[in-house]
Ligand binder design. Structure first.
Ligand code: SF4
Ligand code: FES
Length: 247
């Protein structure tokens, strides 16, 4: 396949940035999107040009670092839903296609370079309450703390969030509600997490606001691009946890 890439290039957080065009020749349809970028970067390096900076780690949909907006949609979800950009294959694109690649755009995710943004605001939200600090002692016998199957399943569904930030990038308000609701619902669904559920909801939402994320307006763009298909139902649970405490 031969493609044309239009890539956001930005030297540092102060630079204005601009779109630059690069050809991508002889791309195998079996390559992943990131492998295609590797090929383009090898060519740029051979020519003595600055390679395109992008984040990646696991390359199998686990770490959440591959933060790419592909033709206007985070993770290229219009080509394949429920996958991270690293799991998107080039066979989903047409030969000769023009592909525009941009970073997450949100005030709370400042751009570091090219397609790499600083998502430490998510870490600070987790530090504000996304943990269990009660002493649970040694590992109890599994039967001593029974958790019903529906509740266990719900906790696992919420725990699937990989903290990628695509939900923020897709939202017109740059809201982090889907991410925060997944973390709060995961812990609030389990007996160990119930103890601090109320303080957790208040402190994580306060930190989310402090970081500059916007509010949810119930349009579900977040759910549509989430690589782990986290449901907006969790936002309803977050609102319930928050209101119970606030009232
Ligand atoms: S809710 Fe989905 S889109 Fe948002 S951070 Fe978690 S995995 Fe990424
Ligand atoms: S590189 Fe880890 S989820 Fe994409």
């Amino acid at each position: 396949m031969n493609l044309t890439l239009r890539v956001w290039r930005q030297k540092n957080s102060q630079d204005a940035g601009k779109i630059a065009e690069y050809p991508a020749h002889d791309i195998s349809p079996d390559m992943s999107f990131l492998e295609m970028l590797d090929v383009v970067n090898e060519e740029l390096t051979r020519k003595g040009e600055d390679p395109i900076e992008f984040d990646s780690d696991c390359r199998e949909g686990i770490c959440g670092t591959c933060s790419l907006v592909i033709n206007g949609v985070p993770h290229g979800a219009q080509y394949e839903s429920g996958t991270a950009a690293c799991q998107l294959h080039m066979r989903k694109f047409k030969d000769g296609e023009v592909i525009t690649i941009e970073p997450w755009r949100a005030k709370a995710f400042p751009i570091i370079k090219d397609l790499v943004c600083d998502r430490s605001s998510f870490d600070r939200i987790i530090q504000a309450g996304g943990f269990v600090s009660v002493s649970t002692g040694g590992a109890p016998d599994a039967n001593a703390l029974p958790v019903g199957k529906p509740r266990a399943e719900r906790a696992m569904d919420a725990a699937a969030c990989i903290g990628c930030g695509a939900c923020v990038a897709a939202c017109k308000n740059a809201s982090a509600m889907l991410f925060v609701s997944a973390k709060i619902s995961h812990l609030a669904s389990l007996p160990q997490g119930r103890v601090e559920a109320r303080e957790r909801a208040l402190s994580m939402v306060a930190q989310m606001d402090k970081e500059g994320f916007g509010n949810c307006s119930n349009q579900s763009e977040c759910e549509a691009v989430c690589p782990k298909e986290i449901s907006v139902d969790f936002i309803a649970q977050l609102n319930r946890e928050y209101l119970k405490t606030a009232l």
